[in-house]
Design a binder for this molecule. Structure first.
Ligand SMILES: [Zn+2]
Length: 146
């Protein structure tokens, strides 16, 4: 950590403690060149944690959501801007569930948005997400639109 006062590289931690929420570490540092003390905060960048079906936890990846939605449309029927807006509104919906979310809920959230926008995209996403193995599964899903 570079000293903000004299730009020296040589600063030492003199005290560190968790903040009230426990999601950030507050450190008091002292510059060994100019002896000024200053505070830094160390915080994880993870906004959302996904609980997978097998129970594993992983960081939510926006790109994965984006790719999944983009693939569902197969490059058709949607401009880049529409795609971005759609993914963003899905993401906000996902985030409204809290800091930790089950992958199942993510899939269902995407499906509920796609259902409103495009039937084919909905079915395509559903086929990947639900890992359909039989054509009858498609027919069952398609029946929801009739
Ligand atoms: Zn300094």
């Amino acid at each position: 950590m570079v000293c903000p006062f004299c730009n020296a590289d040589d600063t030492a931690v003199v005290d560190s403690r968790k903040n009230v929420d426990g999601d950030a570490i507050r450190r008091r540092r002292q510059c060994s060149v100019c002896n000024t003390r200053f505070t830094t905060y160390e915080k994880s960048e993870i906004e959302l944690i996904v609980k997978k079906r097998n129970g594993n936890l992983e960081e939510f990846q926006y790109e994965k959501l984006f790719d999944g939605v983009e693939n569902a449309f197969g490059g058709q029927d949607l401009s880049d801007k529409q795609l971005k807006n759609l993914v963003e509104s899905i993401y906000l919906d996902i985030k409204s569930h809290g800091k930790k979310i089950e992958s199942k809920i993510i899939g269902e959230t995407v499906l509920s948005h796609l259902k409103d926008v495009n039937e084919v995209a909905y079915l395509r996403f559903a086929s990947v997400y639900k890992e359909f193995s039989q054509i009858s599964d498609f027919e069952k899903e398609a029946a929801e639109f009739n």
